[in-house]
Write a protein that binds this ligand. Sequence first.
Ligand code: URP
Ligand code: ZN
Ligand code: ZN
Length: 467
Amino acid sequence: MSILIKGGTVVGPSGAYPADVLVDGETIAAIFAPGQGPADGPEVIDATGKYVIPGGVDAHTHMQLPFGGTAASDTFDTGTRAAAIGGTTTIIDFAVQRYGEVVQDGLAAWHAKADGNCHIDYGFHMILGGVDDDALKAMDQLVSTEGITSFKLFMAYPGVFYSDDGQILRAMQKARDNGAMIMMHAENGPAIDVLVKQALERGETDPIHHGLTRPQELEAEATSRAIWLAGVAADCPLYIVHLSASKALEQVKAARDLGRNVFAETCPQYLYLTLEDQLGAPGFEGAKWVCSTPLRSKHESHRADLWQGLRTNDLSVVSTDHCPFCMKDQKELGRGDFSKIPNGIGSVEHRVDLLYQGVVDGKLSLARWVETIATTPARMFGMYPRKGIIAPGSDADIVLYDPNARTRISVETHHMNMDHSAWEGWEIDGKVDTVLSRGEVISRGGEYTGRAGRGKYVPRALSDYLL
Ligand code: URP
Ligand code: ZN
Ligand code: ZN
């Protein structure tokens, strides 16, 4: 079936221009100057007054992640449906190998969770929770035959996902050889654990102490150490995940200024929310915003620095780190002890809108909006040009975005499986109007018409950005 998206303004990484887009089956067939497309034949979708952008690519989600004594509350079904409604048409989720487990078994478990349940296309990164000889061998196999070309390591969470510097170096050397990307959770976990213990001994148990025991210096130190280690591993490709703070950004910027293979993402929560206003909310309310890295102080320049980093490409990608937990029975596990609050915020439905607000606020250009939420994540993680761009031959993952409508975020209206919203009451200029995934209209004017199981696994190539 063919569809002509007519009268809109196509936005891509190189800017905005009026054009009509012809979709044939699952892919984009052609882009026409306005009015030059086929006069009859295809179904016409009127895009007058709307931006026509590539479907969002969220490169960092955790559906059903077992974590903190519970599991992230969105399944692949509920989470990818919410993502789709919010204009994201591809996610890259993190499959998990825990210490002592076989990497391939962890991957098989993730395929089993996702297979037949996703509303949109998806790929996987692999978390390595135990780097040993077998895991290193598995890295080669995942790159060469499974379409998994990125591996996340943790400098935090000793006893859970933590890798020591020797393990990190070995994994980086392997990645240097097979071309994979090392994704780093850069926080000094052992030092944080000391601060957490001391805080609890002083009776400091409220959610805000989650942030106060994870000072930005421990993110910056770990970021710097990861960059040095990647240098020792002959400039292994390194991608810092969920970067939250100015001093960590300085480390990334310095490495990039030297031409290093170092990249970073940030997330909407670090661009907008703060330690004082959210994590420090009265009583136990702040638990909603416990995530790691933590929200930073509004009295420092973090948010302004992160927006600037997005403009200068020192931050290349905006992902959500979608890891939702309900207050009831989940976040509540940490009442009286902040260290037991499961870490994570859910935003997979709102990333496209939240970043568009940056355009309205004059912090990001239209082109950079599309680049950071769609094009660059696709290129960074080997999905381009199939994903992340409106171009002939690309998958017809397309969002019609209405800049004149408004979005109001609330737990009453969102589609994520959460009993609260981290963005409750937020009003945004702009709204996702229509979503196509591989040529199928799955959401239109707020009405969802997709279905679980239509999303396909996308094996990924190596990153486009490697030297
Ligand atoms: O708080 C977070 N970020 N939870 C998800 C796990 C991770 O470290 O990304
Ligand atoms: Zn992490
Ligand atoms: Zn994460």
